[in-house]
Design a protein around this ligand. Structure first.
Ligand SMILES: CC(C)(COP(=O)(O)OP(=O)(O)OC[C@H]1O[C@@H](n2cnc3c(N)ncnc32)[C@H](O)[C@@H]1OP(=O)(O)O)[C@@H](O)C(=O)NCCC(=O)NCCS
Length: 413
């Protein structure tokens, strides 16, 4: 198959030969330009991470709308849903734990975010060979509220891999994100440990990678936990929302990628009904006087999609045969946990809240799923052991500032 490639020089490289080395001030290695300039910046940074200015090597990259003869990118429509589902079934996530997603309810966002999807199509036969999603929202990054673009749900059919399809899908989404959210947008993608292909594709556009977060599925409880003393556990009421929003904000103020919660966004999030009933819930632990000591957000992901585990490393398989985190049919109906926080000194209240949620939602999900920074104060509450089945997630980031390593992360997915 002939490859139609148009070589595009980053502006900073104009008049310079490929491979030529030069020192460029930070501003000239900035990220506002087209994707070509971004690749230029990335490589410069990887090789010469010096302060004040960078030594850059001019590297030219292809910028094409058509990927190959006969292959094109276009926005996805509702009529593509089934073909996207088939594509996902043919290509499991390439990370350490391989999984496929089976979608039950399609949505155009998650109450506070908006999705759009792009597909790569073989125009000779109308077959989809790749698809990917772009989610826009706002989060906290390097201490400031910023627009973000999350690149997710990336799949390329096995028979079309290593031909630049993923690269083209990323470029399309980044350009669209910049059009819609402006040049200040922080582009991120969450990549599971061991996903060599995805990491390689992300290196094309990312300027940095965050410290890894751990992702732990925890089974529901089959026996009720002991009732805690001096702590009440319940769902939030409308009156609690300002206190909850303040608690979450305080706890995640310094985190990268943390969603922004206000009483209003929290209310919108709770009122989201994509599948005939609400899927988002917020639960709290309170003191006898009614003060909120701890809180956690849960999303009944299993109502919207099921995660079929198709591959596990031997050690995890062995641990799972004892712990039974992944059920026999290998279908995970996740109860996703977000923004689990507690006030200083209130770890016991947080533990009681966690255990109670594992029990109260036992019939609505096969397991809890939480992704958190291994340095998070919440980790001890989960009682994760060395042998607990888990994986890790790195966030690829494209931004004007790299994520500082001493900041904790709260990945979006
Ligand atoms: C990951 C995936 C999307 C890559 O798609 P692709 O179309 O083959 O990727 P591209 O051809 O655009 O490759 C982009 C870069 O990654 C490299 N790459 C891709 N797959 C690779 C692999 N398995 N090993 C090493 N490098 C790889 C390519 O060589 C290319 O590098 P270059 O830009 O320096 O030339 C595809 O393998 C896939 O669908 N995997 C299963 C689903 C999945 O894991 N999705 C990602 C979830 S985060």
């Amino acid at each position: 198959m002939g490859v139609a490639r148009q070589v595009d020089k980053p502006r900073a490289c104009e008049g310079r030969a490929e491979g030529q080395v030069e020192a460029v001030p930070r501003t000239r290695a900035g990220l506002r330009g087209p994707v070509g300039r971004l690749a230029y910046y990335t490589r410069a940074r990887e090789r010469f991470p010096r302060r004040g200015f960078r030594v850059a090597i001019c590297t030219y990259v292809e910028r094409t709308a058509a990927i190959h003869d006969g292959l094109q990118l276009r926005p996805a429509g509702a009529e593509d849903d089934e073909a996207i589902e088939r594509l996902g079934a043919a290509a499991a996530d390439g990370g350490a734990i391989g999984f496929r997603i089976h979608t039950h309810v399609r949505t155009s966002g998650t109450a506070l975010t908006h999705f759009s999807s792009v597909v790569a199509e073989d125009i000779r036969n109308g077959e989809l060979v790749g698809s990917a999603r772009l989610t826009l929202g706002r989060f906290r990054y390097e201490g400031a509220e910023r627009p973000y673009a999350l690149l997710g749900a990336l799949v390329v059919h096995p028979s079309h891999r290593r031909q630049g399809v993923a690269r083209a899908l990323a470029r399309w989404r980044i350009e669209r994100a910049e059009q819609l959210a402006g040049p200040n947008v922080v582009v991120v993608a969450d990549i599971q440990r061991g996903n060599v292909g995805s990491m390689a594709a992300a290196r094309r556009w990312a300027t940095a990678f965050s410290m890894p977060a751990i992702s732990v599925p925890v089974p529901m409880l089959s026996h009720p936990p002991r009732a805690p003393k001096g702590v009440e556990l319940r769902a939030v009421s409308g009156e609690d929302l300002p206190e909850v929003a303040a608690g979450v904000t305080e706890a995640t103020q310094e985190y990268n990628f943390a969603r922004i919660w206000s009483p209003k966004t929290l209310e919108q999030w709770l009122q989201w009904v994509p599948a005939g009933e609400p899927v988002n819930h917020y639960r709290v632990a309170t003191s006898p006087s009614g003060a909120i000591l701890a809180g956690l957000a849960v999303r009944e992901e299993g109502l919207l999609r099921t995660m079929e585990v198709v591959r596990m490393p031997a050690a995890i398989r062995l641990a799972n045969s004892v712990l039974r985190v992944v059920p026999k049919d290998r279908m995970l109906r996740n109860l996703s946990v977000e923004h689990f926080w507690f006030l200083p000194g209130q770890r016991e209240a947080a533990t009681a809240l966690w255990q109670d949620t594992r029990w109260s939602f036992r019939e609505r999900a096969s397991n809890m799923l939480i992704t958190l920074d291994p340095r998070s104060p919440v980790l001890p509450v989960l009682d994760v052991k060395a042998w607990t089945p888990k994986t890790s997630i790195t966030t690829a980031v494209r931004a004007d500032l790299p994520p500082r390593e001493d900041r904790l992360v709260a990945p979006l997915e």
